[in-house]
Write a protein that binds this ligand. Structure first.
Ligand SMILES: Cc1cc2nc3c(=O)[nH]c(=O)nc-3n(C[C@H](O)[C@H](O)[C@H](O)COP(=O)(O)O)c2cc1C
Length: 207
């Protein structure tokens, strides 16, 4: 199989897995998946995410109970919770630290920060939180594809009560909020057939 075939094969194999079997993901494979998240792109290079890996069964069950009792959560091998960072205003220390990493000369840095201010500071908190969550979804997509590439299943989960998951995790909600619940493991059942719009329905070329 060439690289393109191998990649598309992984894309086809990935499905929203509803139930996992008992098989555990090895630490090396889990690290590979998390690396795909860590290396993901983010707006302004802000990396406004954190990946919390839940391996504790009682904690998985508590989260499942506030996520429509979706069994993927308690049956998975590793439950990744993606947290979105909320404190990303231009005055926040985290933001400054991230923007400084590019090592720009003072003048270029100041205009970069001005551009950032123009983008972020005029927007309300909810819009900013959703902006951070968008970045988290990119990391989630990459982690799911990476997992599928090595034969590991996953399921993106948005069906949960955010404040309750935040409380179970004990996170500081001034800094983070739960963006996505993302279990990984090995499927217990065959996947359903894939339904997608055709290429021509979703792709439009302007020549
Ligand atoms: C952001 C997002 C949230 C989702 N939330 C849930 C969920 O809470 N529970 C679930 O079983 N599937 C969830 N899904 C899975 C979708 O239903 C699924 O990806 C879609 O139906 C296509 O099926 P496939 O992924 O098996 O190809 C979610 C998918 C995305 C991208």
């Amino acid at each position: 199989m060439n690289k393109k075939e191998a990649f598309l094969n992984a894309m086809n194999e990935r499905h929203a897995c509803k139930l996992f079997n008992d098989k555990k993901i090895t630490p090396e494979d889990l690290e590979f998946i998390l690396e795909a998240g860590r290396l993901s792109p983010s707006s302004f290079g802000l990396e406004q995410w954190k990946f919390v890996v839940i391996q504790n069964q009682a904690m998985k069950e508590a989260i499942e109970a506030v996520a429509w009792n979706q069994q993927q959560i308690s049956t998975c091998s590793d439950l990744v919770i993606i947290l979105a960072r909320k404190n990303v205003r231009s005055s926040d220390a985290y933001t400054i630290k991230q923007l400084q990493r590019f090592g720009l000369p003072a003048e270029a840095f100041n205009s970069f920060v001005d551009m950032y201010k123009g983008w972020v500071d005029g927007r309300d908190d909810h819009t900013i939180e959703m902006w951070s969550e968008k970045q988290c979804y990119i990391a989630a997509g990459n982690m799911m594809t990476a997992a599928a590439f090595i034969g590991i299943d996953s399921c993106p989960i948005e069906g949960f009560i955010s404040e309750k998951v935040d409380a179970i995790l004990g996170i500081d909600t001034r800094i983070f909020q739960t963006a996505l619940v993302l279990p990984f493991g090995y499927r217990a059942n065959d996947s359903r057939s894939k339904h997608r719009l055709s290429f021509d329905e979703v792709v439009e070329f302007k020549k």
